[in-house]
Design a binder for this molecule. Structure first.
Ligand SMILES: C[S@@+](CC[C@H](N)C(=O)[O-])C[C@H]1O[C@@H](n2cnc3c(N)ncnc32)[C@H](O)[C@@H]1O
Length: 265
């Protein structure tokens, strides 16, 4: 018998799986011959298991205190082994599978490099939930997203006229796997960097989107200066609203014949 050529579909469950799992993703899960998943909660796991009882968790590659990068490499290798074995492989991750996610992108890159068909489907990310829950429109006045540790390590430029979304504040400065809530050991370094552009009283939001129906999101507004003592979790995203108003460039406005009263403020 000729072995079928393997393929890979990387999909996302959304943040609140019940309600946010979309039709495309369900179809991919149903039609796969091998399903892997990396989700953050028990309901997400149960929903996947209902669709594919033999689905395999990749969470077992995490080791408490072990390097996250090592776990990701092992996950990618496990997924690729199924593709090479000829499976119609589906890799489901929570949120959007391509947003602040290494193993999903790496699995697609590796599968394609080895000559297999590989696609990624979009889904609802934590930032999508944040825009809805906090009433933030990234178009106005603009919004920048960074992984919190990279943001400080690479001294990414700060634009206080735009909103700033910082991901993975709960594991700031720590490349190891730590699933529990904590008071960030190194978080003062992030606060110091932000204080170069924002005042200690600037209000920031600790945000955790609801992952279950009828459970509230965590929307905790605190002064920036209090972030050093805040309780953080692996699901905490930090929202920093703009501190300054945009300055209109009158010359460009004139050249484009745009009247300032027609612009949204
Ligand atoms: C490895 S990234 C995964 C993001 C995911 N792929 C997505 O689409 O949202 C983990 C980070 O996402 C953010 N995150 C995950 N779950 C969240 C939630 N329920 N609410 C807010 N942010 C969340 C946090 O910043 C967390 O540190």
């Amino acid at each position: 018998m000729i072995k079928e050529k393997g393929s890979l579909a990387v999909v996302g469950t959304g943040i609140r799986t019940v309600g946010q799992l979309n039709g495309d993703t369900i179809a991919r899960l149903k039609t796969a011959s091998k399903v892997f998943y990396l989700v953050a909660d028990i309901v997400g796991e149960q929903v996947i298991k209902q669709i594919q009882p033999a689905a395999e968790s990749l969470g077992r590659f995490y080791r408490l205190g072990g390097a996250r990068k090592e776990a990701y490499d092992a996950m990618v290798e496990r997924v690729l082994s199924a593709v090479r074995d000829g499976h119609r492989t589906c890799f489901a991750a929570y949120g959007h599978p391509g947003v602040f996610a290494f193993p999903t992108h790496e699995a697609v890159r590796r599968a394609r490099a080895e000559g297999y068909d590989a696609i990624m489907l979009p889904a609802i990310s934590a930032e999508d939930c944040l825009f809805a829950d906090l009433g933030v429109d990234p178009a106005n006045p603009g919004c920048v997203s960074h992984e919190a540790t990279r943001f400080v390590l690479y001294r990414k430029p700060i634009d206080p006229t735009s909103a700033l979304v910082l991901w993975q504040v709960g594991s700031f400065g720590d490349p190891t796997y730590q699933p529990q809530r904590n008071r960030g050991r190194w978080i003062h370094l992030l606060v110091e960097r932000l204080l170069e552009h924002y005042s200690p009283s600037h209000e920031v939001t600790l945000y955790e989107a609801a992952i279950f129906i009828n459970c509230p999101a965590r929307i905790e507004r605190i002064p920036l200066g209090a972030l050093v003592d805040a309780e953080l979790s692996p699901a905490t995203t930090l929202y920093v609203p703009p501190a300054l108003r945009d300055e209109l460039d009158d010359e460009t406005c004139g050249a484009l014949s745009i009247r300032s009263e027609h612009l949204k403020r």
